[in-house]
Ligand binder design. Structure first.
Ligand SMILES: Cc1cc2nc3c(=O)[nH]c(=O)nc-3n(C[C@H](O)[C@H](O)[C@H](O)COP(=O)(O)OP(=O)(O)OC[C@H]3O[C@@H](n4cnc5c(N)ncnc54)[C@H](O)[C@@H]3O)c2cc1C
Length: 413
């Protein structure tokens, strides 16, 4: 984004395209928000810097997303769930947490109530979700086609202005789009957020995650394992068949070294680091590396603008809530905006944006804080933490309301 030297007013800007809602970022949050507005009759433009081919057929990025039941419901309502092949959906039947060298396991199961099914959630690779959202936004079978949705691909936003009169977005080719509401869905290092003058607490953790699909000897029985070791964190996420997504967290230099290994050497290392829990592993895909940084935006809204997805809250992936919360933010904003449009009210009114902000803060703050506490304690290998860590797991195991509450949070967030 370029720097602004003098105040710029929307009314004084040129206009090459006009719409009502401008969404910056065609990732899952941006596309979900645009789809959520499909029935509102509002003209929506999604601006995305990637080419259309990369949106229509997204590259595998290694992320296996643990979807809550709520997220599946939202994807279903958007018409995207039906476009995901059931053969690539893996049931998450149980989640187990282990600590250090202890064999003690804290297990979370679907609660025995009306809401529950036989699973805590579903695991789906991120590229399948992104492909389905894009297909829903562009296929003839969804409401989006009858809506006024335009996707401007290969278009990078380099400047934004939002004031009471409206919003204007300048693209890198000089074109200017104008609208009544601006939605920032441009990831955790959001340039739009900076441009709007919204601060954010960014915590770079100095660690990276290596994510890779593996095949293995033993049956995972649909169980996800999160093992907080003393010098590493490793998650084994069950995929269809004798296949798992391994998510290994280590200091950045150690992950860079592992990512450079040949597949056979990497598989041997992962088998060793997972203590052979699933037997011998074989690497079944490319390893992807994600440096870890969490982000909490100080506001989720500004004049005629809202932040959704990672642009609002960049979660640590350990509790698998980033996408789920992002989808929830997109649905929540789209619903408020659609209602306002339906009753002839201003879709960028500050009262509407305040309601969105409050709702998303209530949804996101507990999960963000709890995730921060878990990461802080279970990546601390010093002696007091080593004593506290297993004690807390054992205490939680004895308190069944806590376990049931966490299970519900895992399922519904
Ligand atoms: C290893 C890993 C595992 C994860 N596992 C889970 C999980 O199990 N469950 C879960 O809920 N979440 C999980 N997450 C989090 C989840 O992947 C993210 O929360 C989600 O992808 C964020 O979506 P988004 O649309 O907000 O942002 P992004 O996916 O980052 O999309 C942002 C889009 O904006 C575009 N863009 C950016 N700047 C501009 C610009 N200036 N102009 C135009 N376009 C722009 C980008 O090209 C991109 O397409 C995981 C994350 C990681 C790294």
């Amino acid at each position: 984004m370029t720097g602004v030297k003098a105040p710029v007013f929307v009314t004084a800007m040129r206009c090459d395209m006009e719409c009502e809602v401008i969404v910056v970022g065609g990732g899952p949050a941006g596309l979900a928000c645009a789809l959520g507005l499909a029935d509102s009759g509002l003209a929506v433009i999604v601006v995305e810097r990637q080419p259309i081919a990369a949106l229509a057929d997204p590259a595998v990025d290694g992320r296996a997303i643990a979807l809550t039941h709520r997220s599946v419901d939202i994807l279903r309502a958007l018409g995207a769930w039906a476009l995901i092949d059931p053969a690539v959906v893996s049931p998450l039947r149980r989640a187990c947490v282990l600590d250090g060298r202890s064999d003690f396991t804290l297990a979370f199961d679907p609660p025995n109530d009306r809401l529950s099914e036989d699973r805590l959630g579903q695991l789906v690779a991120n590229h399948h979700i992104r492909r389905a959202l894009f297909a829903a936004a562009t296929s003839g079978e969804t409401a989006a086609v009858t809506s006024k949705l335009t996707i401007l691909a290969e278009s990078a936003v380099c400047d934004v202005v939002a004031d009471r009169a409206g919003t204007a977005v300048t693209l890198s080719d000089g074109r200017v789009l104008r609208g009544r509401l601006l939605v920032a869905a441009d990831s955790r290092f959001s340039g739009v957020r900076d441009r709007l003058g919204i601060g954010a607490t960014v915590n770079r953790l100095g660690r990276s995650m290596l994510v890779v699909d593996v095949t293995h000897e033993c049956d995972h029985r649909g169980i996800a394992t999160e093992w907080f070791g003393y010098d590493q964190t490793i998650a084994l996420l069950p995929l269809v068949g004798r296949r798992s997504s391994v998510v290994l967290t280590l200091p950045e230099d150690a992950i860079a070294r592992l990512a450079g290994l040949e597949p056979a050497a990497l598989a041997a290392e992962l088998t060793r680091r997972s203590a052979g829990k699933l037997g011998t592993m074989h690497v079944a895909g490319r390893a992807h590396v994600y440096p870890l940084a969490t982000v909490w935006s100080h506001h989720f809204a500004a004049t005629r603008a809202a932040l959704i997805g990672d642009a609002a809250v960049g979660m640590h992936p350990v509790t698998a809530h980033g996408f789920n919360l992002g989808l929830r933010s997109a649905a929540s904003l789209a619903s408020l905006v659609s209602h306002a449009a339906g009753s002839g009210r201003d879709i960028g009114a500050s009262s509407l944006l305040r309601r969105y902000e409050v709702a998303h803060r209530i949804a996101a703050a507990p999960a963000f804080a709890a995730t921060g506490l878990i990461v802080g304690l279970y990546t601390d290998d010093r002696m007091p933490a080593r004593v506290a860590r297993p004690a807390i797991l054992r205490a939680a195991a004895r308190l069944s309301p806590i376990r049931a509450g966490v299970s519900r949070m895992l399922m519904r967030h």
